[in-house]
Design a protein around this ligand. Sequence first.
Ligand SMILES: *Cc1c(COP(=O)(O)O)cnc(C)c1O
Length: 843
Amino acid sequence: MPTKRKKSAVKKAAPKQTAAAPASPNTPQGFTLPTEAEFLEELTLHLENNYHTDFENASPRELYMATAEIVNSQLLKKKWAFNKVRREAEKKESGKKKIYYISMEFLMGQSLKNNLYNLDETGIVAGVMKRRGISMEELYDQEPDAGLGNGGLGRLAACYMDALASQEYDATGFSIRYEYGLFKQKIVDGWQVEMPDNWLPGGHVWLNRRDEDTFRVGFYGDYHEYWTEEGLQYNIENQQIVEAIPFDMCISGADSPAVDKLRLWWSTNRESFDMNSFNNGDFTRAQQETNKAELISKVLYPADNIEEGKELRLKQQYFMVSASCQNIIRDHLRLHGTLDNFPEKVAIHINDTHPALCVPELMRLFMDEHGMEWDKAWDLVTRTVTYTNHTVLAEALEKWNQQLVRMLMPRIYAIIREIDRRFREDMEKLFPGDTGKINYMAPLGEDQVRMANLSVIGSHRVNGVSALHSEILKDDLFHDFYLAWPDKFTNVTNGIAYRRWLCQSNPKLASLLDETIGPDYRKDARKLEEFAKFASDSSVRKRVEEIKRENKAAFSDRLKAETGICPDPDSLFITQAKRLHEYKRQLLNALRIISRYNMLRENPNLDMRPETYLFAAKSAPNYYLAKNIIQLICRIGEEIEKDPKIRQKMRVIFLENYSVSMAERLMPASDISEQISLAGKEASGTGNMKLMINGAITIGTLDGANVEMREAVGDDAIFIFGQKADEVQKNLAAGYHSLDIYESNPAVKAAVDRLGEGFAGTDFHKLKDYLLRPTYSIADPYMCLKDFDDYCRVHQEIQDAYEDRERWNSMSIRNIAMAARFAADRSIRDYAREIWHTKPISE
Ligand SMILES: *Cc1c(COP(=O)(O)O)cnc(C)c1O
């Protein structure tokens, strides 16, 4: 338990973390930061009371835990102070809404560094730790990542919470308090093995349990409908009840008085403990029902851009959605006493279709719990809910077996059926007689509940996550809906929490920005563009080059300490870090590397700048092909390590266990950013933005946000190759014959044949088959071989460009400056204006 302070906080300005750090934090009344001495005093109390140690003897881990406890209670105090401001705003007829962001994933990573930065408290804590000879890096290393997400989608939700709080929106995130986050990746003989990610020891310090806000969620049950004079009635019996207990994480805003919250639901059932069985000595049985309930929040599903269709996953979704919707309605009624103004005061956003059940669940609550008629309830729901689509990949579109939905949630299923019936009726008016179209658009069909259709029908705004992706939604995936409701569709290009990804993870570059353009960019990303004018300043160019070199050396040193491998900081650092997926085409990268390797084996004395290929990627555990590609990369790397001559020219390093905290170290140390997905498949990408803002130059296809990155920096500061999205469509339709390419292109043939021969004793004939032979309707639907030549051509260009250091550094400066538009702050302003129709509390 946090300890009570004996002395009241002295009101005194905090020392600045760096000379050029932002102006004093924007603190609400009733909240002040401690001095260094006060912090030490408080730290000592925490160490004594909670860890039975003292400042001199505490381990780094204990110091982290106690520090995090203090920062957490500071945030709670600040939140309390801010609630007064919030309540004042709520009373006014101001057109402002509460924003609820519901997502199955929030890939938060570590919190201590971010919170200290946002509170402007880093300098104070650093001063205290110095007295023990402990660096901030060592302190931060003690914190486990909160890995409650798979990749881009989950990290986006985390970046958006930061942007919402920093810009003073009244926002709450909802998700699940998974006991185990995304698995930890171990590489054994080149093969990915999954280990449990038990993050709560060490991670729980940021979670504040709120038993008083427990809600009950019902599953299964015997459901009957019957007619009375009042119309169709139902009853439901023998439901299994699961309790949802919230754990709240404070979301601090940067240089802002706002503290928002991320509410994570934990599932349990304390009532179901079976005393009878216990008394009879059957302890397993006594605990059985509780265990079943607790299984729901046990573990994050580790699949990215692929749907599994497992019952437990559907249970997780309904559990999260039901608890969140009940919570939202209760809060609204407490504040306003009526549901009539619900859409004017509330925005509920669903991050992909995983929370789509909030549409029927809100209908259920409005009708069954609050006595509303269908039409009114439907009007309120559809004016409140908005939806972001994240993918056009067929295998990622969520569909659930109707029998499963009916068994698990009979009342919800009945409501979906009614949504389906009414939807078909409405569409019949719009597209008379076009049953083909209507069947295709309906929420129910082919024995399945189609979550994307349900999401589009149940919301009033639908957005894609980059300009290209949003166009593809209108032209393709949701074309019929677009014909029916053209105004529903819009775009919000993704963005990143640039304070985390630049200011905190690349402090040297941030200081250079302070010196050149002043510190205002730390609060207003748009100011970052002012850095572009230094692209022609040779002393700034030189500094950018030096900083990159220092970051590479630091990365290399740490890698050496962890793995023994120490890449040369003067080599080119070429990075592809993202989930392992066919469409992202790590295999294309690997094929080109093989080609380079072939060349070096023929000519080991070739005069060239050494190249370091850095890969980081997790694969879904049951995605065999992806694991095979990881193994290929690892084996190529191993074989090269054994050759002292070639090792000096090129190295291939697979970084184990990609995570947010690893990304924070990797992005500032990369020269080249590989964004090489097949055009039309990557919805946006955000890794591309993180690398860009750290001055890496992109080699990429015209896919996702790469298109807008090119617009931002200009054609000559990005390296684009490959088929365009519309060409991909045409080429696939015409038939992709990879064998023809293989037979007519000697470099392709040599690289592909090498797969069959293998590396470090492992052969990869399955990957060769995949590229050449039609196991599916066509070989490799992502057409690696088709883009191979152009990829090699442009790689040569980008590597040549690197040797012109002046040009490279000026490109780098342009990329840093023009990444301004990819700040999550900008995305959130777009959402507020175009989708939620709301404003910050302070405005
Ligand atoms: C940003 C990020 C991603 C997303 O990367 P993409 O290149 O956009 O797919 C995935 N995982 C982690 C840990 C990240 O930080």
